[in-house]
Design a binder for this molecule. Structure first.
Ligand code: HEM
Length: 463
């Protein structure tokens, strides 16, 4: 309340004038990532908005982002606790939202990922890419227009299932039924609700009512929570402490002798599951959209891949150094359409001045990186609304590219995500020519925690 109208510091951030209670929430509109990007033009690379009672700092400059999340990690490492998150996690926190136990959990998951990635992940990825291409071939052969959305989700879900629960998803399973579909919809609902900045998250006075409302309406969280809990009980029965099969086993080994830590196990599995699916799937969907839109770019990438693999019928991760143009396509996709428009929020745990003495950030601010604002920052990216992978062939442009955040709290799944994208994109291009179905495809997206285009179809031609 108070802070909204009083001058708080000589170097306080600029920003739009707030109204009572809502602050600036009423100005955000249906596409906050666009609105806030416009505000960067008015107020600069870092500014403040009032999300109800939450003093929020929005930043879109790579140097400031590094100064905050690398140089001043201690100040910015924690997350704010928003009611949607609090409720969704049943009051417990795994990796992505935790504060007090974050360092230990992070280290553990990071080690688990390192170990798993050497032995197993590569095989999992290889199998799943094969399955993806196989199911696309059915559409190619029948000349039926192909909609990538569910297939992209099945691809990432199968990888995460195997990785977290050591569980296979049957490929004969109809993806519109069965265990995947039962999760896809609740997960989409969760992402929509988390991303939409519900008023109750930001307005302190509304919170007690808001909790009641969440309890009554937010079924999807309990569906997903039950799902994880069931797997936990099964794992407890079958675990061999000397041979962890998956991430859940590793977490059980580490945490389960302390009863208070069991929620951390469950919640961390859930976090990885939620963070690892929709993000990567969305990037595959965007890729498909851009390829059918830009046949000349697709052709250039195809020629490069074909040359790299020679007579092989599969692209491997080890081909990556030979495909700079495809590597640039991966970067350009996340620049133009960041799949997590604001990543996850951070919180300042003390007052601090950054930017060479220019910008004062008060304690307990919510900090958002505006990934769209970053990708559209004209200081770094010329003609930002144009899709042009070749901009990343110029080394200078790699520096401001940071779609996974930076510093110790950046995305823990970034190399897995990059591997998944590489293998999916390259093998799709090697096998198919993605063609427009005869009318332009809209790249309109609905705002949520992850951004993907509305459903569309493409034609698959054999290469
Ligand atoms: C293209 C795909 C992806 C993108 C663009 C992405 C982006 C991000 C971003 C921006 C953050 C917030 C970083 C910060 O707070 O500064 C984040 C956090 C996180 N991501 Fe990803 N991510 C992707 C895929 C994945 C995958 C595949 C996994 C799991 C295997 C994953 C797991 C996580 C987790 C657990 C966190 C929270 C880390 C923490 O709080 O310590 N992400 N991601």
């Amino acid at each position: 309340g108070l802070k909204k109208y009083k001058k708080i510091h000589d170097k306080e951030l600029k920003g739009p004038f707030p109204i009572p209670i809502l602050g600036n929430l009423h100005q955000l509109g249906k596409a906050p990532h666009h609105t806030l990007t416009d505000m960067h033009k008015l107020y600069g690379d870092i500014f403040r908005v009032h999300f109800g009672d939450v003093y929020t700092v929005v930043v879109s400059d790579p140097n400031l982002i590094r100064e905050m999340f690398i140089d001043n990690h201690e100040t910015f490492m924690y997350r704010p606790l928003l009611p949607t998150f609090k409720f969704g996690s049943g009051g417990y926190h795994g990796l992505s939202l935790s504060n007090e136990r974050w360092e230990r959990t992070r280290e553990l998951v990071q080690n688990a990922m390192k170990r798993a990635s050497i032995k197993k992940i590569y095989n999992i990825l290889d199998d799943q890419v094969y399955e993806l291409i196989k199911s696309m071939k059915v559409y190619q052969k029948s000349c039926e227009p192909f909609e990538i959305h569910l297939f992209a989700q099945r691809f990432t879900l199968s990888i995460m299932f195997k990785y977290i629960f050591d569980e296979d998803v049957s490929y004969d399973e109809d993806i519109t039924k069965g265990k995947i579909s039962g999760l896809v919809q609740p997960m989409e609902d969760i992402f929509k609700s988390l991303g939409s900045g519900k008023l109750g998250d930001f307005i302190t006075v509304a919170q007690p009512f808001y909790y009641q409302w969440l309890k009554l309406t937010d079924k999807p969280f309990s569906t997903v929570n039950k799902f994880i809990h069931k797997r936990y009980l099964e794992h407890l029965k079958t675990i061999d402490n000397n041979n962890p099969r998956d991430l859940m086993d590793i977490l059980i080994n580490e945490f389960s002798n302390d009863k208070d830590l069991i929620p951390t196990i469950l919640q961390t599995c859930l976090d990885m599951f939620l963070a690892g699916n929709d993000t990567t799937a969305a990037s595959i969907i965007w890729f498909t959209l851009r390829m059918q839109e830009h046949p000349e770019i697709q052709m250039k990438a195809y020629n490069e891949i074909k040359e790299a693999v020679g007579n092989r019928d599969r692209v491997l991760l080890s081909d990556r150094p030979k495909t700079p143009y495809l590597n640039a396509i991966i970067k350009e996709g996340l620049r133009l359409n960041p799949v997590g428009p604001f990543g996850l929020p951070h919180r300042s745990s003390n007052d601090i001045i950054i930017g060479g003495g220019h910008y004062f950030i008060p304690k307990d601010s919510q900090i958002l990186i505006n990934y769209r604002g970053l990708g559209f920052n004209e200081k770094y990216f010329e003609n930002p609304s144009q899709y042009d992978p070749s901009r990343f062939l110029n080394k200078n442009n790699i520096d401001p590219y940071m779609p996974f955040g930076v510093g110790p709290r950046s995305c823990i799944g970034q190399s897995l995500a990059a591997d998944e994208q590489y293998l999916a994109f390259s093998n799709i291009l090697l096998n198919f020519n993605l063609k427009n179905i005869g009318k332009p495809v809209s790249d309109h997206e609905e705002f949520g925690l992850t951004l993907k285009p509305n459903k569309f179809k493409v034609l698959l031609e054999s290469r």
